[in-house]
Design a protein around this ligand. Structure first.
Ligand code: AMP
Ligand code: ZN
Length: 111
């Protein structure tokens, strides 16, 4: 656990969050400021600053958890990982955004 990391505190139960899923290594929570309805965050329990800091042997469990989270709703989605301040990462604890999409939901992806 990294002191002063919001997501480490959520993992430790020190800050409340709306948990959708949990397994040995990950939690999936609802984003507190959803960009679209149902916006989810997949968060490793262990602190990694960004995707590059996670060892590749963890990828299978990480992306399986992402798939399990996507399985909690139906329809299309965007899967986004911001890495570094310039790329829009505000919380420096690796997390994947899952954005369920609906026609004309107003969300614009810049790529
Ligand atoms: P990023 O810009 O990729 O670092 O995204 C951080 C995300 O965490 C944003 O979408 C925030 O709305 C979300 N967030 C910040 N604090 C909390 C919190 N306490 N519980 C749930 N989501 C949060
Ligand atoms: Zn952390």
């Amino acid at each position: 656990m990294k002191p002063d990391c919001i997501f480490c505190k959520i993992v430790a139960g020190k800050i409340p969050a709306e948990k959708v899923l949990e397994n040995k290594g990950y939690i999936v929570i609802k984003d507190a400021n959803p960009k679209v309805p149902g916006h989810l965050l997949v968060i490793p329990k262990k602190h990694y600053n960004s995707f590059l800091d996670m060892p590749h042997r963890k990828y299978e469990d990480f992306f399986q958890t992402v798939k399990d989270a996507i399985g909690t709703f139906s329809g299309d989605f965007n899967l986004i990982i911001n890495n570094g301040k310039t790329a829009g990462q505000v919380i420096e604890h690796l997390h994947a955004h899952i954005l369920p999409r609906k026609l004309e939901d107003g969300f614009k992806l810049n790529c």
